[in-house]
Design a protein around this ligand. Sequence first.
Ligand code: UDP
Length: 416
Amino acid sequence: MTDTTSSEPQPPRRILFLFSDTGGGHRAAAEAVIAALEQKYGDAVHCELIDVFRSYSPAPFKYAPELYPIWIKRGKLMWTLGYHMSDRRGQPRMMTFLVRSIWRKFKQGLDRLFQEHPSDLIVSVHPLFNTLAMVSLRKLPQRPPFVTIVTDLVSTHAFWFNRHVERILVPTEPAYERGLKFGIMPEKMRITGLPVHPRFASSLLSKPDARAKLGWDDKLITILLVGGGEGMGPLYHIARRINALKLPCQLAIVAGRNEQLRDNLNHVAWNQPTHVYGFVTNMPELMAGADILVTKAGPGTISEACMAGLPMIISDHIPGQEYGNVSYIREHNAGVYARGPERVAQVVQKWLTEAPEQLRARAENARKLARPNAVWEIAEELWHYANQAPVPQPAKPKRGSAARRRFPRFGFRLRK
Ligand code: UDP
């Protein structure tokens, strides 16, 4: 623990965040927490954000940030299969083999990462780095405390839950239940909500102010279309279907980093006022100015929309990790799932024609799901663990002993 009685100035507590730009959500969560830590603890904290795939992994993993959107789009079936095969407590033999082969490729990079970036606390905001990092850290006589911030909302993959870490912060009750199912002790977990950047809440203008700032029509109902950071899903076709209906509304479409999508959208002859954006840094303004959000089921976007009180039409989801988000929003009546561009356009038309109270009720339900304090609660948790003493390694169970069989090196049982 930091000695608070000493008058010597303490060196800043070093917090190392492990993430990767596979989608926009992991970076968004880490940056949100770092901003809160810096606002709350100032110079007393020093944070580093490392893209483990990009900076410390061999090919082809180092290209994961570029490959991820392509894989999700073109290899949906393989992704779904791999996701479900690995998402269980007892891994089938094939998965054991895969995890071990992957581990061999990562080993040197991770060892180098922890040597080059000594820290007082390690925080993972990515499911793939929890177990791999713990295996690497196991070789040291002592290691910094390790905290996992789960950034999937509901269908949280087994890889998020490693029993050896000190703390696991989960966004929702269903994610907590999954942690229990994967053998995490209740006292190790806490439901905090998903961290949303502190700037988000403070930049939420009133609707008229946001629209004036954005140059949007202040009378028309506004539909905001987003496909995550990468502009994924059939956004182009959805926008075209809505356009064909010639509805009394305006559209704001965020193509994210998908330049091709942005270019295609800029060549459409729009029947209503339409604003096309690339990657935006003013999402709170866009959400504050909008009335309806059409989005894929990204956890970051959903959590932000809840804070902005924005009812959602979920048009798409990444199989596996985003599946549960759809039912979460539907069950709380904060939005609906509409599969395919035709269906989305029909729902938009229906929502525009029904009584405005219906839209207001959905907006209120979305707001009820928001956890604006999540980022501050998480920052406090991390500060607490950053001030804890390093964790000594437990004695290694002997080869072949019952303990070794029960609690193998990967932190979860690899075989049934
Ligand atoms: N985002 C952004 N600018 C954009 C598009 C998205 O800042 O142009 C942010 C969005 O506000 C959210 C994150 O990127 O915080 C997307 O995360 P989400 O979990 O919804 O989807 P992912 O991209 O991870 O699949």
